[in-house]
Design a protein around this ligand. Structure first.
Ligand SMILES: [Zn+2]
Length: 820
């Protein structure tokens, strides 16, 4: 199926405008297919010319253009040519479409807890033609009048307010102009909670089997929703325009959430069924604020073409962290941004696939998806923070308001955004944009004991980036100096640096986008000083410097492990606790340490977790995070056995199914859980989460027969959903001897690209990442993957996933050759 090119989109947008979409979906035709009728009213600026409609149907029953039948056989490769257009046109299409299992299009799945079916639409990025005939590009917006027929006991939700007009028959009120990619319909026996704020009706919805969780978490989510609305109304000075605001938790969702106007969809793991830490609730709150920011930036004003997708995401990311830190209880949300989002973005910068925030060519829609990464989100948001530092918050907000007002219900692009910012600021931003938005790469900042701050620009991407930042020094936990400055040269002497301070921290406020090299004295002082440091942002920068130092082979992983064992048990911020632990358990220890050092290192992680768990206040977030890390790393059979049987558990973890699965998965990895055992735990947890965890546990068993089974399920079972594949792939690489696993590096390059025959790109790229042979840190793996990346049958998305994982593997190889 060819992906729409930028040139085709431009030509089509010059030729036609779409006024109205009438879509009628019949979701009561069994579990495989649904009916889709579309009536599109559109005009053409050059009557007599031709264009095409996008349509990816199972079968097309009838087509009429301006009342004249068109042969359905004219649809080829997802396109229907429309010839001899009038000034005003109506095209009508009746077709049969297929539900998806990969989270793209109209996804349908059965809840194993009660056998109920649920449907949701995820039309991003170009799946709309699998649901209804349309002109599928972001700058052909139209109002939508949608009606839905569904089983009588179902509830229907969508962008417009849903009204049940007869049993099983629903009408959605006509919308403001929408782009195809954020139209949605959700249908099934969803349950709901309702509220209202500032004249906006609010609803939150979830599967029936999650009703208890919905009711438990609803009040907190409504509170954040209201706080975010107030914050954005104040900041943007433009009212939320899309009517009711529904938030729907849906199963097997590929992304975190999707900003469909008036009907945001979220992955439903965010309705935590067990104990949740404050950090997990903060992340969900941040996602709520992120999707809401898109109502203005993305939905009200949409990028003209996918090459400006970064603008949507950078903006929403920046706005969400600003909103949560200022308008909710999560005033420290930038700490999480530093250790989680920025680390993701720095990793993307170190990969060969790094690209500028803006202006990456997206010759077709699918190629834009590849750049939808930590650079678009975390770097983009950091760059917007730099812009605020550069032009001032007042000018920034004034520019945003002007941009929204001048492009509302329409589209915009980078040059227009910058022009409004320049007008608000009063001078050119061309140099600033060239350095920060249009050039790839991340600088390294280092501060020496003489107070010299140096900026090292990557050779591959030279740029003259000016950094607004602060540097600070700490001694015995207390700040002894802090200097705010703008660094716009390769090096500068910073006033006020006290050379005897135990810790010198460049970018101590984490305001700029840069990797940090610590001086030798500060690095050596970390085990002693980090536990005493009160400033959580500075700790986030320091933990980040240790991790990126290991990844860049400038810090010995053994030193990092010493810092961890000394400082982690004292870490008081649970975002730092859980993110840092994850980096050690999932990447640093298994990839960077030589195979003979892994067991000892894991024992040290487990020991640090045990110490923390034993002294943490029962029921606290610290206790919970420590218990999870302990459960994931310990080899103490007696403890695992007790916990999986529900004995000796901390009170807050009794009846916590997710925690029980962590324990069981560790047992599976250690060869302590056979099929019988896994099935017994599964029988106690018949939910979707339980079924996925069961699959992961089965794939985590170390035996050769078990690995062979898991691999054949990943590579050959076409019935597996996106989430099932993810669970299997994660479990697969979590255990087993190198000898047993080594053959699967070759199987990976042979088998995974073939999944493109039946799996959508979003889902496939994720599987290609998770199934990558990251544990086989050997030059042979590099050769295998490099050869595969040259093959023409490997899709661009899989090639990108392979390349990014390969770059991480090469970082591990470089570190091992330096430090082992
Ligand atoms: Zn977003």
């Amino acid at each position: 199926m060819p992906s729409l090119t930028r040139d085709e989109a431009r030509q089509r947008a010059q030729l036609i405008s779409v006024q109205r979409m009438e879509v009628d979906l019949d979701l009561d035709r069994g579990t495989e297919h649904f009916g889709s009728s579309t009536r599109i009213t559109f005009s053409c600026s050059a009557p007599g010319s031709a264009t095409f409609l996008d349509l990816r149907a199972v079968s097309v029953e009838t087509i009429e253009l301006n009342g004249i039948p068109v042969d359905p056989a004219a649809v080829v490769d997802g396109r229907l040519p429309l010839a001899d257009l009038g000034a005003d046109n109506v095209v009508e299409v009746r077709s049969t479409m297929a539900y998806s299992r990969d989270g793209q299009g109209l996804h349908r799945s059965t809840d194993p807890a009660d056998g109920e079916d649920y449907v949701y639409g995820h039309l991003f990025l170009d799946a709309a033609p699998t649901v209804f005939a349309c002109f599928d590009q972001p700058d052909l917006k139209a109002s939508y009048a949608v009606s839905v027929r569904a089983p009588q006991e179902w509830v229907v939700l969508g962008n417009g307010r849903a009204t049940r007009t007869a049993p099983g028959q629903w009408d959605l009120s006509e919308t403001l102009p929408l782009a195809t990619y954020f139209v949605t319909v959700c249908a099934g026996p969803y349950v709901s909670v309702h509220d209202e704020h500032d004249g906006i009706p609010l609803g939150i919805h979830a599967r029936r089997s999650l009703q208890r969780e919905l009711e438990a978490h609803g009040p907190q989510m409504f509170e954040v929703t209201k706080q975010s609305f107030d914050h954005y109304h104040r900041t943007f000075d433009v009212r939320y325009p899309f009517g009711d605001y529904d938030q729907v938790f849906v199963p097997e969702f590929n992304a975190g959430a999707m900003e469909n106007p008036g009907c945001v969809t979220f992955r439903d793991q965010m309705l935590f069924r067990g104990a949740a830490t404050r950090q997990e609730v903060m992340q969900r709150s941040n996602t709520i604020a992120h999707e809401m920011a898109h109502m203005w930036f993305g939905d009200l004003v949409t990028m003209r073409w996918w090459d400006d997708l970064w603008l949507n995401e950078s903006f929403a990311e920046f706005m969400a962290y600003t909103a949560t830190s200022r308008a909710t209880e999560f005033t420290d949300s930038w700490v999480e941004f530093g250790i989680s989002r920025k680390q993701w973005g720095y990793a993307a910068e170190r990969a060969p696939s790094t690209h500028p925030v803006a202006g990456s060519p997206a010759p077709d829609a699918q190629s834009a998806l590849a750049n939808f990464d930590g650079i678009s989100y975390a770097k983009g948001a950091s760059v917007l923070r730099q812009l605020v530092a550069h032009i001032g918050e007042e000018a920034f907000n004034a520019g945003v308001t002007a941009y929204l007002r001048s492009h509302e219900h329409s589209n915009g692009e980078l040059s227009e955004f910058l022009a409004t910012m320049e007008e608000a600021h009063g001078s050119s931003l061309a140099d600033w944009s060239a350095a920060w938005l249009e050039t790839a790469g991340v600088d390294v900042l280092a501060l020496d004991r003489d107070g010299t701050l140096t900026r090292t620009t990557p050779q591959a991407h030279p740029a003259d980036r000016s950094h607004a930042l602060d540097v600070a020094g700490f001694d015995d936990g207390a700040e002894v100096f802090r200097t705010r400055l703008t660094l716009d040269t390769a090096s500068a002497t910073v006033d006020g640096v006290q050379r005897e301070a135990a810790l010198l921290v460049p970018n101590a406020g984490d305001l700029t986008w840069a990797q940090v090299d610590l001086d030798a004295e500060s690095l050596a002082a970390l085990p002693r000083e980090l536990p005493r440091l009160d400033d959580s942002i500075a700790r986030s920068v320091l933990w980040g410097a240790v991790l990126t130092g290991v990844y860049r082979a400038s810090v010995d992983p053994a030193v990092a492990l010493d810092v961890f064992t000394a400082a982690w048990p004292h870490e008081s911020d649970d975002a730092l606790m859980s993110r840092v632990a994850l980096a050690f358990t999932d990447r640093l220890v298994p990839q960077f340490l030589p195979p003979e050092g892994v067991a000892g290192a894991r024992a040290r992680l487990a020991n640090a977790a045990l110490t923390t768990f034993e002294v943490a206040e029962p029921g606290s977030d610290r206790a919970l995070v420590a218990a999870r890390v302990l459960a994931a790393t310990t080899t103490d059979e007696a403890r695992l056995e007790a916990w999986v049987s529900g004995r000796s558990l901390p009170t807050e973890l009794e009846h916590d199914s997710d925690f029980r699965w962590i324990v069981l998965q560790t047992m599976a990895r250690l060869g302590l859980a056979d099929e019988h055992r896994i099935a017994a735990v599964e029988a106690d947890d018949t939910t979707l989460s339980g079924r996925l965890a069961g699959l992961a546990a089965r794939a985590a068993r170390p035996g050769t027969r078990e690995k062979a089974w898991a691999w054949s399920e990943i590579s050959g079972n076409r019935e597996r959903s996106n989430y099932e594949l993810n669970a299997l792939a994660t479990g697969f690489w979590s255990s087993g001897s190198l000898e047993d696993l080594r053959p699967y590096a070759a199987r990976y390059v042979a088998d995974i690209p073939r999944l493109a025959e039946w799996l959508g790109a979003d889902a496939l790229d994720r599987v290609a990442t998770l199934a990558f042979p990251s544990r086989i840190v050997e030059t042979e793996t590099v050769a295998l993957v490099r050869a595969a990346m040259e093959r023409p049958d490997v899709t661009s998305g899989v090639r990108r996933s392979m390349g990014d994982e390969l770059s991480k593997l090469e970082e591990a190889l470089a570190s091992r050759s330096r430090w082992s």
